[in-house]
Design a protein around this ligand. Structure first.
Ligand SMILES: Cc1cc2nc3c(=O)[nH]c(=O)nc-3n(C[C@H](O)[C@H](O)[C@H](O)COP(=O)(O)O)c2cc1C
Length: 194
């Protein structure tokens, strides 16, 4: 006889304090955070900058955890660290932009990730305009402006689902993040046709 499916617990709302289930989950046998971080480092990902409108001007951060979710309706998702200033603005303003960086934009990615660089420094020298009230950086590989559809907390991050309201695709090669290093695409995979 097969075991009945385990009920899937509803994820906690984004602003809920850790519930009574949090502690048993932490004690479950498994590889632990260090093992998982080693695995996550092997996930090759495009590098993006997520921006939103803060109370005192634009906010933005580097994010590699961005994924396409749906075409009809057009949805994408981003995983933002709980406590991030940009996340607070994404939630408060209900809108944000995702910029896919080009492989020459490593310095921009590092700047938008630096915890000691204030928002004014992150945006210094960038060519910025507002699209649907959201700060959009010029010169990236592509960007999407999204309306915040859903935000849920999972562990130490929050999963943000955005409905794409405007999109622009430019040219160039993507900046990648793999094994905790920036990388770029170099041709085809070994054995790939032509
Ligand atoms: C290549 C790279 C990828 C990153 N990806 C993420 C990510 O997916 N989610 C996240 O929350 N932080 C990510 N970070 C870290 C944030 O960019 C960093 O914590 C930033 O300082 C947060 O800014 P804020 O607190 O001003 O919003 C990444 C950093 C780097 C260098």
């Amino acid at each position: 006889m097969t075991a009945p499916p385990r009920p899937v617990a509803d994820p906690a709302p984004a602003d809920a304090p850790p519930g009574p289930d949090a502690e048993p989950l932490r004690e479950e046998p498994g590889p632990g955070a260090a093992g998982c971080l080693a695995l996550y480092a092997k996930l090759a990902a495009g590098v993006t900058v997520v921006t939103a409108c803060g109370d005192d001007g634009p906010l933005g951060m580097t994010v590699s955890a961005v994924t396409s979710l749906s075409a009809r309706p057009p949805l994408l998702l981003a995983c933002l660290r709980h406590g991030s200033r940009t996340l607070a603005a994404v939630r408060a303003r209900r809108a944000f932009a995702v910029h896919l960086l080009r492989d020459e934009q490593q310095e921009l990615a590092a700047r938008f990730a630096s915890p000691t660089t204030p928002a004014s420094g992150r945006f210094a020298g960038t060519d910025l305009r507002a699209v649907l009230g959201v700060p959009v950086l010029a010169g990236t590989l592509a960007w999407a402006v999204c309306l915040t559809e859903d935000v849920r907390r999972y562990g130490d991050h929050q999963l943000v689902v955005g409905r794409v309201a405007a999109v622009h695709v430019g040219g160039g090669r993507p900046l990648l993040w793999h094994d905790r290093r920036f990388r770029s695409l170099t041709g085809s995979a070994p054995g790939a046709p032509g």
